[in-house]
Design a protein around this ligand. Structure first.
Ligand SMILES: *Cc1c(COP(=O)(O)O)cnc(C)c1O
Length: 423
């Protein structure tokens, strides 16, 4: 009898949350007990028809799903594709999901889970504020308290998101320790959670953190891939040749990749922020330049500062990206795993400069102002499509437009005034 290969998604991660060597759970025992509770209930609820129906109803009638799949005709033509060439770029429009990004997909599901666990409150950290806003939205919808920990430096920088969280009824806790940014916010939020683990649930904002979060968040984001695959097949009669998504923690990428992993003809591209250049501290390309290490409760590939004479323990390196949603010194364990087995492509990245070019390209050919995070994916997709045109190959590229760019317009106008002016 022929050996049956198990579909990838049902066999990954393993029972302990490992994707090959990556993932797992490296946290203190009291926190582990909480993660085990979340996992047990999640594994039950994901089979529960009532939970599934509730989530489905929310996605349709609150979030506005399914989001459209759009053939980007003018963008394709702008790189020499379209028409006879058969080189086509398609956009999965997560910018049209409620709140303007994909993050709400897992936040609604996480807070629904919290409600089923009889929690009264959700706690999280946020860097630029995008996760905080999505979680505050979900908490308002379900009527749970929401407490967001945010570095004081980030609060000043990302003031509009602080205002949004407050309007939505969330309590924003300023963190004034250390550098007053994301790392300190994580510590502060963990501390608050440990003080109140029975009534509160910790909600992670990407496919990172200890098991079961990388698995759960991927599964909650899978709706993007399921919709996109069905829409793509309906439209073209085939699967895409390439699927492209930007990669910070890796949640929007895992969402759209997940349903194509078992289809070997589909090339998967997780596009990393190459920032200002290859020097450590100038980018956040963890997959391309990182090494194995444990941070925030999981084992993965991370950007680390080399050990010194006084400190042998590697620590997360400073990172930079024009897109604040991508400047994380590590990456979800499943992204690390897929890269290590060669299932995702290597060398996928976009510099700040290329990203801003793509931001304007999509705005002016399609009338879509993308988030700077998503503009990384657009930049890479244009490159993949252009290469195909040059080789005379018919190619279809599917890109996840993870979010809209309203939050970024002021920054772009300040930093790139010469690109804004039409002459
Ligand atoms: C947060 C964010 C990202 C990066 O997160 P992933 O987990 O890598 O998807 C990408 N795009 C947008 C619009 C975001 O807000």
């Amino acid at each position: 009898m022929e050996a049956k290969t198990e579909p990838y998604l049902t066999s990954h991660p393993d029972a302990n949350g490992f994707f090959g060597p990556y993932g797992g759970s490296f946290i203190p025992p009291p926190l582990q007990a909480q993660m085990d509770e979340i996992k047990t209930h999640y594994l039950e609820l994901r089979q529960d028809p009532q939970f599934i129906a509730e989530l489905d109803e929310i996605r349709r009638n609150y979030q506005g799903r399914p989001t459209p799949l759009q053939y980007a005709k003018r963008l394709s033509e702008s790189i020499g594709g379209g028409g006879e060439t058969g080189v086509e770029i398609y956009l999965k429009r997560e910018d049209l999901n409620h709140t303007g990004a994909h993050k709400l997909n897992h936040c609604m599901a996480e807070v629904l889970l919290a409600k089923h666990l009889n929690k009264r409150k959700v706690i999280a950290e946020t860097g630029a504020g995008q996760h905080g806003v999505a979680l505050a939205t979900a908490a308002a919808y379900f009527g749970l308290e929401c407490e967001i920990h945010m570095g004081a430096v980030d609060m000043a920088k990302e003031h509009p998101n602080v205002t949004r969280m407050k309007i939505l009824g969330a309590k924003v806790v300023p963190v004034t320790e250390g550098l007053q940014t994301l790392k300190e916010a994580v510590d502060s939020a963990f501390g608050a959670y440990m003080a109140d683990p029975v009534t509160a649930m910790y909600c992670i904002g990407s496919v990172v953190g200890p098991h079961p979060f990388p698995m759960m968040v991927r599964n909650f984001q899978q709706v993007v891939g399921e919709e996109a695959k069905e829409q793509f097949l309906e439209r073209t009669g085939t699967l895409p040749d390439h699927v492209v998504a930007c990669c910070g923690g890796g949640s929007n990428a895992m969402g759209i990749f997940s349903v194509f992993i078992d289809s070997p003809t589909v090339k998967l591209h997780a596009v990393e922020p190459l920032g200002r250049g290859p020097t450590l501290g100038d980018h956040a390309a963890s997959l391309a330049s990182g090494s194995e290490g444990i941070m925030h409760g999981f084992n993965s590939i991370m950007l680390q500062t080399p050990p010194t004479i006084t400190s042998s323990a590697p620590t997360p390196a400073p990172v930079h990206s024009i897109a604040s949603g991508l400047d994380y010194p590590s990456v979800g364990p499943e992204q690390a795993y897929l890269r290590s087995i060669g299932r995702t492509e290597t060398g996928c990245g976009a510099t700040d400069e290329e990203t801003v070019q793509a931001f304007f390209a999509l705005s002016r050919t399609e009338g879509i102002i993308p988030a700077l995070e998503s503009a990384h994916a657009i930049a890479w997709a244009m490159k993949v499509a252009k290469d195909a045109v040059e080789r005379g190959e018919r190619t279809r590229v599917l890109v996840n437009v993870s979010g809209r760019g309203d939050k970024d317009v002021e920054y772009v106008v300040e930093q790139y005034p010469q690109l804004v002016t039409v002459v």
